[in-house]
Design a protein around this ligand. Structure first.
Ligand code: AMP
Length: 284
């Protein structure tokens, strides 16, 4: 595995790979790698000749300074994990390399997609995400880029960005990976105590309650109202949102539409740790 910190050196490597007509797959991450990230690397290895992985904790996408400063950093373990998983090129720039002192980013307006749910509760979040993904895509010049459905709204935003600005890049969404107890894997999970973790499992329980109810034929509105009532009353957990959405537009999905796929989405903070989760629902 080749490790590079500078965009110029990355560009040199990419030119070398392209000159051999190799298909490049790219997996952008913020490090503290876990099995969710590994699943993206595995998908990239299946469909591309070489895999580029980036580890960069992007300051412009954090709306809470303490979340940025306490974001877990495990670089040595990440290098070992990436090597084991078959990454060819590991890109680990620092903030100066990516932003050159200019941390102001442009506002992004994809309508509801960037202004609802994560966009509403984390002001400026998608501005930062789009800014860094643009920079990374320009540097890596990949054929395919792999993103997790764990960050479902981010995946939709990136698909829209690629359609507008990187039409040659295929964006591949990969399934959400859970721990054995059902908790969606996240780098932030290390901040949860044993009790926090038990509370955090409620997120998965509620979205699956929605799925089961709706797929068994109950109306979206009634099921949502009943689960929302439990979620809003839960102790030691601050619910931000819980809803059923169209996964492409993030418009709320209600009864009466065509039979199609929707997603239950949830965000909540447990003892100051913000968590998100989602699951697919077949709506009839
Ligand atoms: P992060 O390092 O959290 O920014 O995530 C980097 C990429 O890994 C994003 O595309 C995430 O959606 C994806 N990812 C994070 N957690 C999971 C998970 N539990 N399952 C699948 N993909 C994930």
């Amino acid at each position: 595995m080749i490790t590079v910190k500078k965009r110029e050196l990355l560009a040199e490597e990419v030119r070398r790979l392209k000159s051999q007509n190799l298909q490049i797959g790219f997996v952008p991450t913020m490090g503290a790698l876990h099995h969710g990230h590994e699943s993206l690397i595995n998908e990239a290895r299946k469909s591309c000749d070489v895999v580029v992985l980036s580890v960069f904790v992007n300051p412009t996408q954090f709306n809470t300074p303490s979340d940025y400063t306490t974001y877990p950093a495990t670089l040595d373990a990440d290098l070992q994990c990436a090597e084991r998983a078959g990454v060819d090129l590991f890109f680990m720039p620092d903030v100066e390399e990516m932003y050159q002192g200019e941390l102001e980013v442009d506002a992004v307006d994809f309508g509801t997609l960037t202004h609802s749910f994560e966009g509403r509760h984390r002001q400026g979040h998608f501005d930062g995400v789009v800014a860094i993904v643009r920079k990374l895509f320009d540097a890596v010049k990949m054929d395919c880029a792999f993103f997790g459905e764990k960050d479902l709204q981010q995946l939709a935003v990136i698909k829209r960005l690629a359609r507008d600005e990187f039409p040659g890049v295929q964006i591949i969404g990969c399934p959400l990976i859970r721990d054995t107890d059902g908790l969606a894997l996240s780098s932030r999970n290390v901040r949860l105590s044993k009790d926090d973790r038990t509370r955090a499992l409620k997120l998965n329980a509620w979205i699956h309650e929605l799925k089961e109810g709706i797929e068994a034929g109950s109306s979206i509105e009634e099921t949502l109202e009943s689960v929302l009532t439990s979620a809003q009353q839960a102790q030691s957990l601050e619910l931000e949102y819980l809803d059923i959405v169209n996964p492409e537009t993030f418009e709320p999905r209600r009864s009466g539409g065509e039979k199609n796929e929707a997603f239950a989405v949830i965000a909540a903070a447990v003892n100051g740790v913000r968590l998100i989760d989602n699951c697919r629902i077949l709506c009839s």
